[in-house]
Design a binder for this molecule. Sequence first.
Ligand SMILES: *Cc1c(COP(=O)(O)O)cnc(C)c1O
Length: 388
Amino acid sequence: MSEENLGFDTRLAHAGRSPADHSGAVNTPVYRASTILFPNLAALDAKEGAKLRYARRGTPTTHALEDAICELEQADRALVSPSGVNAISTILMSFAEPGAHILMTDNAYGPARKFCEFTLKKFGVETTYYDPVIGAGIESLIRPETRLIWMESPGSQTFEIQDVTSICEVARKHGIATAIDNTWSGGYFCQPLIQGADISVQAGTKYISGHSDLMLGTIACRDGVYDRLRDTYLRFGVCIGGDDAYLALRGLRTLAVRMAQHQASGLKVANWLVQQPEVMRVMHPGLPSDPGHALWAKHFTGASGLFGFVIRETDRVALARMFDGLRLFGMGSSWGGFESLLVPSNPSVYRSATQWAPGGQTVRIHVGLENADDLINELRRGLDRLNG
Ligand SMILES: *Cc1c(COP(=O)(O)O)cnc(C)c1O
């Protein structure tokens, strides 16, 4: 399914489906399997080339999800894994060898940094963290041993937009692979492979699932890096169950309408926050005032419901008054579900190449599918409680 002229939402509705192979059922059924039986010795002897040989290597349900992820991310190949963190470490591990060097954006998702700082370091891999807005300036950090450039745009917690096109151009010139965490866009508002990246990774846990009931990682890539990634993936025995693959496929069918709503409500809430006296700054690349807005407009077709803001310096007691009274906003890890979340964050602890000192308390908000005016009213009441 990749007829050029079909709309993205049309393709998402059909990707990874083959009703004729499943007695006409619209959706690819859940295959719960371990052993795959072969009908005769000749078939068993030929199993190396068989599409199905052992469920750790995939089932029709996981293959359907991989096909759909290829369609979503406009990728040649895809792999699916049990969590976003697993997908990230599978990629990083694939480029690790003693003496290798990795360049990672300073605002990368915390556990991605930790995998470099703790696990890869033990094996003699060095990581340099770079300013997220470095752009083509990344060239000055490249060494002969550099094997991978890691990006995340917008970055975790602070939402800087990266010049992905320029970074990928430099990387290509030096024969270095590029990977980007694309979780924020859900793959719906951005296809980094089109912008030159070799690998796009997502926590499918977030928008692909969309319902806060699934852990999933997705790796979408070009043919050129697939074998390297798949070798690591197979050696670590990474695989997911049919039920999880099914939930992800089910989430994908409504991704387009959910993302449109997250975008509209997110922008409404962001524009409202900008006007509140307690709010010092809003980090939302969809706002024309955001420093990353022009690059965002170039690389993204829209904005998801996740962004940040900074409220004036406050003590923990006042902050607790604000947060403990929330009814519609939940407090907890993750995001991308149908429900709204609000958490205080402390991005400065995840940085080394740059500083985050906004002069107030940073807050991360996920605008869910509730009525945006209800969310705004609840936020106003929260800010009133903060004031005492
Ligand atoms: C949540 C998240 C991850 C990790 O995903 P899990 O499924 O929780 O392991 C990776 N990257 C980003 C940007 C995330 O927000």
